[in-house]
Design a protein around this ligand. Structure first.
Ligand SMILES: Cc1cc2nc3c(=O)[nH]c(=O)nc-3n(C[C@H](O)[C@H](O)[C@H](O)COP(=O)(O)OP(=O)(O)OC[C@H]3O[C@@H](n4cnc5c(N)ncnc54)[C@H](O)[C@@H]3O)c2cc1C
Length: 148
């Protein structure tokens, strides 16, 4: 099996808004498996972005690094991405999203510097609101006005 993963070693996301954000878990602790597990279990991990899939006689995934991976079966499991806050100012650098480890690092660094933060969303937003307050930020709110 070949796994194409743009973000490096796969990790569990729920801790990003909880113990990882608080510094109670490390990246190694939230990774599903250590790197050696993949070789031991005959899983080839390619750390690149899949940019297209060609459904020819031999289905092929084209990667951002120029490589191509041919396969008998292809599973698309690319997850979701954070929406931008749909209000004026939502594009400001101070408005942070929380989807990846890098996002969690950025959020933790910002809060560590004493910044106020607003979390938008449902479950992912509820995590940092409850677990980080009051240790990291003095002014957390969790607007969740979307019907989605
Ligand atoms: C902060 C946070 C907190 C959460 N808390 C909870 C919780 O408490 N309870 C709960 O049930 N769920 C929670 N979730 C949701 C849960 O962790 C999963 O994210 C969700 O279930 C979706 O999983 P997934 O595997 O479909 O997608 P993802 O977890 O998003 O994984 C998709 C993967 O595909 C990769 N990828 C995307 N595009 C490409 C591409 N073109 N090429 C290569 N790789 C690509 C990404 O790098 C990513 O690693 C939380 C999510 C977040 C972000």
């Amino acid at each position: 099996m070949t796994m194409v993963e743009a973000g490096g070693l796969p990790y569990d996301r729920p801790p990003l808004s909880k113990d990882y954000l608080l510094g109670a878990q490390t990246l190694e602790q939230i990774q599903f498996q250590p790197r050696e597990w993949f070789a031991e279990n005959r899983v080839t991990l390619i750390e690149a972005e899949a940019v297209s899939v060609e459904a020819n006689a031999q289905p092929t995934v084209r990667l951002s690094n120029g490589d191509a991976v041919a396969a008998d079966r292809i599973v698309l499991a690319t997850g979701g991405s954070a929406r931008k806050l749909p209000v004026p100012g939502g594009e400001l650098a101070e408005v942070l999203k929380l989807r990846t480890r890098a996002d969690a690092d950025r959020l933790r660094d910002s809060c560590g510097a004493g910044a106020a933060a607003a979390c938008s969303g449902r479950w992912a937003g509820a995590g940092p609101t409850s677990s980080s307050r009051p240790r990291h930020a003095s002014n957390w709110t969790a607007p969740s006005g979307s019907s989605r």
